[in-house]
Structure formats: C-alpha cells, structure tokens
Write a protein that binds this ligand. Structure first.
Ligand code: SDX
Length: 428
C-alpha cells in the first residue's frame, strides 16, 4: 500500500518537507512529525489536544459518535455482560478469557488481596482527617518498598505479578483509607467473596459481626469499576506512561497516575460534582449556576459536564445513569441530590451554550450520586476511580514497556529572556 504523506512548506526553509501519515484500525490518521527536530523546528500543542503520544491496541474512543471500545468490545456490552475481573483480563491480555482462564485469573487476583502487614503502619503516620487520595499516593508508592521480587520491568513475569498485585490490593488499600479516617479497625479481605463484594465488605464490615453485602449494590459497584477501567491516553494514563518511560517501577508509576487523577478536572470531578450540587442546593438556584458556568470571567465550571474527547454523550454516562436509577430504586432512596442532578442535566442540555460547545454529562456526573447512595463519603469517590483505573494504567504501562519506547521528553516554545550577563548586587 502506498504510504500517504503530508507536504509541509515552512517559510525560511526553502524545501517542502514530506511527513509520513500513518493509519490505524479505527480513528484519525496521524502525521509523523519525528523528522522535524532535524529540520530545527518543533510542533506546538499545549494540552496535547492534537497529539497522538503513542500507538496502542487497548482502548478506542470516538468522541463525536460517543463510542468506547476495550480491545474492540463496546463498553455497554462489557457493563451488561461482563464483570470487572473479566474486563481486567481483557485489557491485560487482549482477549476475553474462557472459563478455565477466568477461574484461574479470578483465583490469582483474590489470592493477592492481602497486603504486607507492615504496610498497615503507614496509615498511622497520617492525620485522621487526611484526604484519602493523599494516603493512596503514599501507600501505593510504598508498595515498591515491599515487592522487590517483581521490580525488574524487563522481566515479563515480574510485570505480570506486579499487575496482579496492584489489581488485587487496590481495594484493600482503598478500604483501609476509609476505615482509618472513621477510626474503625481495618477489615481483612475475604477470598470467598467476589471482587466488588469483597471491597464493600472491607469498607462497611466490622469485626464484631458478619458482613451482609447487598448483591444489587455489589453488582452496581462492579459496574462502576468496569466503567472506570480504562479510557485511552487520558491525563493520568499519560502520566503513568511518562513515568514508566524513565524505567520507574510499576508501583511508582501507578502512584504518579493516582496523583494526576486527583485533580478536579479529571478524576476528582466526581467529588467536585457532589460538592457543586451541595453548593447549588436547590433547583431554584440552577439557572444562577448555569449562568456562572457560561460566564467567561467566572472560573466556575459545571462539574461532570464536558470532555476533551467526547463531543457527544459519554457512553459510560448512559450506563451510569441507568445504574443510578437501579441503585436508588433498590435502596428506596429519593435523594433530592438526584432530582437536582436530573434538573441540572435537563437545563444544561437544552441550553445553547452547552449545545454549541458540545458539553454533555460525562462519567463523573452520575457516579458520585450512586456512590453517595451506597454510603461512600465524597472524599472516597476519586479513590474508587483510582481503584478501577489501576488496570487501565497497568495495561498501558505494560504495553509500552513490552514494546519499543523512548523516554518521554517534550520540548517547548521558549519566550523567556535571551542570554544576558550577571549583574553585581550593588549595581542592581
Ligand atoms: C474525566 O480524558 C479522559 O478521558 C478523562 C476521563 C477518563 O475516563 O479518564 O474521561 C475522566 O476526567 C472526565 C472529565 C471530568 N471533568 C469534569 O467534569 C470537570 C468539568 N469539565 C471541564 O473542566 C472540561 O470540560 C474538561 C477539562 C473535561 C475538558 O476540557 P477541554 O477539553 O480542555 O476543553 P476546554 O476547557 O478548552 O473547554 C472548551 C470550551 C471552553 O470555552 P471557550 O474557551 O471555548 O469559550 O468549553 C467550556 C470552556 O470554558 N467548558 C465548560 C465546561 N467544560 C468546558 N464550560 C462550563 N462548564 C464546563 N464543565
């Protein structure tokens, strides 16, 4: 097949540069600009709006059509037909597991859920009112101090063991954050429970009585994990890839991803949605806040709306919206917060500003309401996002490390001072 090329004519360089164009299985072509450095020129793309940072086979997003595929499987099918550990297997290995493979994988993960007992002492160093994401940044990074037997990133088996450990231990570490904050004893994982039920057991169980996990709530939790599992080269996944490109160990890379996810423009949005709904308070205030969101001079943004890629409904938000109603029906909750959220969604989606800028509800708009209904505190919402996204982060990290990669090192447009000589202080 004849390779497509882009012709680039640059003033001052009296030749037309020919840049190769690469086509993927799906999605836009890319112009390969790697040869530009030799011509003494860089591309400029703050926020990487128009930049493909890598080649990947894991997840495909079509923002205009609202499509999200994991290894080719649509997210709504995985949410309704799969479970989180099966989705983890798919993201890691590229294919859905057969029955023996699924049983083996589930068994491996559920048998890695305990953490080194000394790690529990890390929590005692934090204030009881520490934000759980601060604790997670610390304890996940600290995992690399305990698992020296799986730190050789060039050893495929080490990479696989590190992936197992991270997927298995995130629920345990996350639940411990919650228990520490509320002053209750840590709950050990139970290998007889499924992944989501085990997480809820560690979150809400107490040593003084047997834990009863509501299967509807566990299924909703598992679905939330699936919907947050991976999302192409988002900010936190790109952070994990950049950290990994220096050869850092997988635990340190995932800790970096957790830190990046914390921001309210990214994974912190689910917590920000609830705080925003709290601030709006009542349907009568919705118009005022919509006006604030539209005001260029007001930094306020409608949390849970808009997306760098989706200029259509986030397909995860559709599934999340259905799950939201299922959970609230099961719990018999008529949370005024949901009614306020529905009203906000209706008004925003019929407003010309949001329509013109293609700002639709994203995955974070509904997840917070479900988590709140389950009884999970707002400060834990992004921790749950990080728990679920760990498989995506580690799948991308492994895809990069197992292939050919270079250390990520962007350049810049320098607009600072030209060379100038030092001035003695008495002459300044
Ligand atoms: C996640 O990348 C991923 O895939 C992320 C994620 C994942 O799974 O990993 O999907 C998870 O992070 C979802 C997004 C959660 N964040 C929020 O809900 C926070 C609120 N949303 C915005 O901050 C914003 O929409 C972003 C950050 C999500 C996207 O911002 P972009 O792509 O950089 O777009 P932009 O800021 O340039 O906005 C374009 C225009 C601007 O107006 P103009 O300058 O063109 O006049 O839309 C406006 C913005 O002011 N705008 C909003 C808005 N989001 C964008 N105006 C009001 N409210 C908003 N929420």
């Amino acid at each position: 097949m004849v390779e497509k090329k882009a012709q680039l004519k640059i003033e001052g360089i009296n030749k037309t540069l020919e840049l190769p164009i690469h086509s993927g299985t799906l999605g836009p072509d890319v112009i390969d600009v790697r040869s530009l450095t030799a011509e003494g020129i860089f591309t400029y793309d703050p926020g990487f709006v128009s930049t493909a940072s890598c080649e990947s086979k894991i997840t495909f997003i079509d923002g205009d059509k609202g499509i999200l595929l994991h290894r080719g499987y649509p997210i709504d099918q995985l949410a309704s037909k799969s479970d989180y550990l099966e989705t983890c297997y798919l993201l890691l290995y590229g294919e859905l597991p057969n029955k023996p493979q699924k049983e083996e994988f589930d068994g491996i993960i559920m048998n890695h859920t305990m953490i080194h007992e000394q790690l529990t002492h890390f929590y005692n160093g934090f204030r009881r009112d520490a934000h759980p994401m601060a604790v997670m940044c610390g304890v996940v990074g600290a995992l690399s101090a305990f698992y020296h037997d799986s730190l050789d990133i060039n050893d495929e088996r080490h990479r696989e063991i590190a992936a197992f450990r991270l997927i298995a231990k995130m629920p345990t570490l996350a639940a411990m954050c919650y228990k520490y904050v509320i002053g209750q004893p840590f709950m050990y994982p139970r290998n007889d429970l499924d992944y989501a039920s085990n997480f809820l057991h560690m979150m809400f169980g107490v040593p003084s009585e047997p834990t009863e996990v509501n299967p509807i709530i566990a299924k909703a939790m598992d679905k939330i994990f699936i919907l947050h599992a991976d999302h192409e080269q988002n900010a936190s996944t790109s952070t994990v890839r950049l950290a990994g490109s220096s050869g850092a160990n997988p635990f340190a890379c995932i800790a970096a991803g957790i830190a990046a996810l914390w921001g309210p423009a990214h994974g912190g949005a689910n917590e920000a949605v609830l705080n925003m709904l709290d601030e709006i308070g009542d349907v009568s205030n919705v118009d005022k806040f919509i006006a604030k969101a539209k005001d260029k001079n007001d930094p306020f943004r409608l949390m849970g709306f808009g997306h760098r890629v989706y200029k259509n409904f986030d397909p995860r938000a559709k599934v999340m919206r259905e799950t939201c109603h299922e959970v609230l029906k099961e719990l018999g909750s008529n949370d005024p917060m949901l009614e306020l959220a529905m009203k906000l969604e209706d008004i925003a989606r019929s407003d010309s500003y949001f329509i013109e800028k293609k700002l639709y509800p994203n995955v974070d708009f509904y997840s917070g309401i479900i988590l709140k209904a389950i009884g999970i505190p707002t400060s834990m919402f992004t921790v749950i996002f990080a728990l679920a996204r760990t498989v995506g982060w580690i799948a991308h990290w492994n895809e990069m490390i197992s292939g050919s990669y270079k250390i990520g090192r962007p350049r810049q447009l320098y607009t600072g001072e030209a060379k100038r000589d030092h001035i003695p202080i008495e002459e300044r």
